[in-house]
Ligand binder design. Structure first.
Ligand SMILES: NC(=O)c1ccc[n+]([C@@H]2O[C@H](COP(=O)([O-])OP(=O)(O)OC[C@H]3O[C@@H](n4cnc5c(N)ncnc54)[C@H](OP(=O)(O)O)[C@@H]3O)[C@@H](O)[C@H]2O)c1
Length: 207
């Protein structure tokens, strides 16, 4: 697949590395072009000069930017992202957003900005440190995702499986609320307990 990744930070880097290793063609952009160039040189991805260039040939677009930048990045590419699969990896993370729990999600907000895109929530429940090799204690981590789009559901499932996850379809995009809350629990536990950001969700007893 052709994967366009916007963002070359923790998640953008980890997913670029993982996708290239899995045999995908990856094009990355960042706020500062030099960051995308550095990541491309390290991973074998291609660096784009602009976000629009990064998504131009993409079968799947991954928005790996902070939640605070998500709306602006998306709003600048409404036409380019129409019809495309767009993965939202973001977590809001801010403690003063407690009131938002289960009332909306970044992914649903993104779908409003991009009404014609096939928005998917995925990767937000896995820390960047684990994304290049999503296995812990011999267990394939769950690739939890949510989307309203049938075609995107097939494609994300294939992508996650190829990256080493156990794809776990959590249902419609409204379930992104739960996925963002799950991430918040994991983030909070690591922050409060001083853990090393290597904990992950695994649903046991599935079969
Ligand atoms: N870190 C984790 O373990 C983890 C795991 C799952 C989900 N998440 C979520 O994923 C999101 C990204 O997290 P992160 O840790 O990767 O953040 P990060 O390390 O701060 O990276 C953010 C990236 O976004 C880029 N960016 C910002 N504004 C942009 C714009 N307008 N156009 C293009 N690129 C832009 C930045 O570019 P520059 O490098 O040029 O500044 C940077 O490369 C967050 O919402 C976070 O909650 C994080």
């Amino acid at each position: 697949m052709n994967i366009g990744i916007i963002g070359a930070g923790n998640v953008g880097s980890a997913l670029a590395r993982a996708c290239v290793t899995a045999g995908h063609s990856v094009c990355v952009s960042a706020a500062h072009a030099i960051k995308a160039q550095g990541l491309a040189a390290e991973t074998g991805a291609t660096a784009a000069r602009t976000n629009a260039e990064a998504v131009a040939e993409a079968d799947i677009v991954i928005l790996a930017v902070p939640y605070s930048a998500l709306a602006e990045v998306a709003a600048e590419m409404v036409d380019e992202l129409a019809g495309r699969i767009v993965i939202d990896v973001t977590n809001t993370g801010a403690p003063d957003l407690d009131h938002r729990l289960s009332t909306t999600s970044a992914a649903e907000e993104l779908q409003v900005i991009l009404p014609e895109a096939r928005v998917v929530k995925a990767f937000n429940t896995v820390f960047a440190a684990l994304q290049p090799t999503p296995t812990v204690e011999g267990m394939r981590l769950d690739g939890l995702f949510a989307t309203d789009d049938e075609y995107a559901r097939e494609q994300i499932s294939a992508l996650l499986g190829g990256l080493g996850y156990e794809p776990l379809d959590c249902g419609p995009l409204i379930m992104a609320r739960a996925l963002e809350d799950m991430a918040l629990v994991n983030i909070r536990l690591n922050a409060v307990n001083g853990w090393s950001w290597h904990t992950a969700w695994k649903l046991v007893g599935v079969r």
